[in-house]
Design a protein around this ligand. Structure first.
Ligand code: KE4
Length: 425
């Protein structure tokens, strides 16, 4: 029995499923997860000494690989001066200024501790500022584990949502309308009928939680137009794609500026830190300036802020150019094998997904047509070959800016071999 299997058996006795977040349990792909002992640059090493090129990067949170020296140094220095004060610090102001400079939509920002919090607070702010209760999300988009967004599509297009989990009250789900992603006609029809009731639209401008799916031409522009026309708030959930698909996030890549932006993952430099921000007039509805309540004991804590600042300072324009080249090389390298094995792929910058269906999907409904068993064989084949891909067809893979040419070749050959393993059944 491997050390990882023993840790899982022991962990299941004291942690539900032995994991602190469900996707880590590998339920979608079979087998049991390696327990990770350490990260070393672009690799992770499990409890049994197996090494993997990491293409999950903590679900997109890492751009600089594991334990980057500049971030570890900043964390160590900050920790030695105190981990949390529950009081304002100059470092938070300097980080906020960095975020404001970096993200086009953000004039003011509030730091919090997770992506879930960032979208929860952004939605409450939109509801408080507009005095409206109804919100709109898209089928297949994930915005964290809070009630307002743990809502599935009801029958038919843009009907009231249905609870996406036991424990989410039907009354809560009723205020969340769910529309198919990339469906311009559906969103225009919805706003024509009910625009005056809608507090906000929240969207992953590049979807990453049904696999990587880009916005269709005109989709984001339509969201911007109809929300402006009806006084609704447009929220870009850039927890995953923010600071990844461009230095200023998807809003910079596609040239569409939302009213509010949610950030997480990369912005925290690998520590528990997230943020939401936008127009100053909107953000000033937040307590203590305005009446909309939002708070957090560890919000803006000095250690996470230090990791965030060191990361953002390392994310230079040159790094994004290099990352784009690395990502394009991986995309080109696997394209032939993907097509040969009857699969398809979407890639936006350094996030990508191989779909086990012939044509690349543009909606959650189309992703659901994938061959999930074949994906499971593919995933396990890649893992055996030393490439650590996300354990679900509904997830995106991520590339690190610190990959060498040799690492790129390892990823390409590992994916090619895994596609063969998947096809032989
Ligand atoms: P967290 O609360 O997990 O920090 O962020 C929630 C969240 C919000 N918005 C988007 C677009 C996200 O992708 C996420 C979290 N992403 C998942 C990956 N599918 C995190 C992995 C997990 O749940 O363990």
């Amino acid at each position: 029995m491997s050390r990882s299997s023993r840790w899982l058996e022991r962990g299941e006795k004291v942690i539900p499923g032995g994991v602190n977040s469900p996707v880590r349990a590998f339920k979608a792909v079979g087998g049991s997860p390696p327990f990770i002992a350490r990260g070393e640059g672009i690799e992770i090493v499990d409890e049994d000494g197996h090494r993997y090129v990491d293409c999950i990067c903590s679900w997109g949170a890492l751009m600089l690989g594991h334990a980057p020296i500049e971030v570890v140094g900043a964390i160590t220095k900050a920790a030695a001066q105190g981990s949390t004060f529950g009081a304002p610090t100059s470092a938070e102001v300097e980080l906020a200024e960095l975020i404001v400079q970096r993200v086009p939509s953000i004039e003011k920002v509030r730091l919090c501790s997770s992506g879930t919090e960032s979208t929860m607070h952004a939605i409450r702010l939109a509801r408080g500022a507009t005095g409206r209760d109804v919100i709109v999300k898209f089928d297949g988009c994930y915005h964290g584990a809070h009630d307002a967004v743990l809502v599935g599509a009801g029958s038919g297009v843009a009907t009231f949502g249905i609870p996406g989990s036991p424990g989410v009250p039907a009354d809560t789900a009723r205020n969340t309308l769910v529309v198919p992603y990339n469906d311009i006609e559906a969103i225009e029809t919805l706003f024509a009928a009910r625009g005056a009731e809608i507090a906000c639209v929240i969207v992953e401008p590049v979807a990453g939680n049904m696999g990587c799916i880009p916005p269709r031409e005109g989709f984001l522009e339509t969201l911007r137009r109809v929300t402006s026309e009806h006084g609704s708030v447009l929220i870009f959930d850039e927890v995953m794609c923010g600071l990844r698909v461009a230095r200023g996030g998807a809003q910079e890549r596609y040239g569409v500026t939302p009213d509010l932006t949610c950030l997480g993952k990369i912005v925290g430099g690998g520590l528990p830190m997230a943020a939401f921000g936008g127009k100053a007039e909107l953000m000033d509805h937040l307590s203590p300036v305005g009446p909309v309540y939002q708070a957090g004991t560890l919000s803006g804590n000095p250690v996470a802020v230090a990791a965030a600042r060191a990361t953002l300072e390392a994310l230079t324009p040159e790094l994004y150019e290099e990352l784009e080249q690395i990502s394009a090389e991986v995309g080109r390298g696997i394209a032939e094998a993907v097509a040969y094995h009857g699969c398809s792929m979407h890639r936006v910058g350094s996030m990508f997904t191989i779909f086990f269906r012939k044509d690349a999907p543009w909606s959650f409904e189309e992703v659901r047509e994938c061959d999930f068993d074949a994906f499971g064989r593919f995933f396990r084949g890649a893992l055996a070959g030393g490439v650590y891909l996300p354990p679900s067809q509904y997830e995106a893979a991520f590339l690190s800016a610190r990959l060498s040419e040799r690492d790129v070749q390892t990823i390409i050959t590992g994916i090619e071999a895994a596609l063969v393993a998947a096809s032989v059944g």
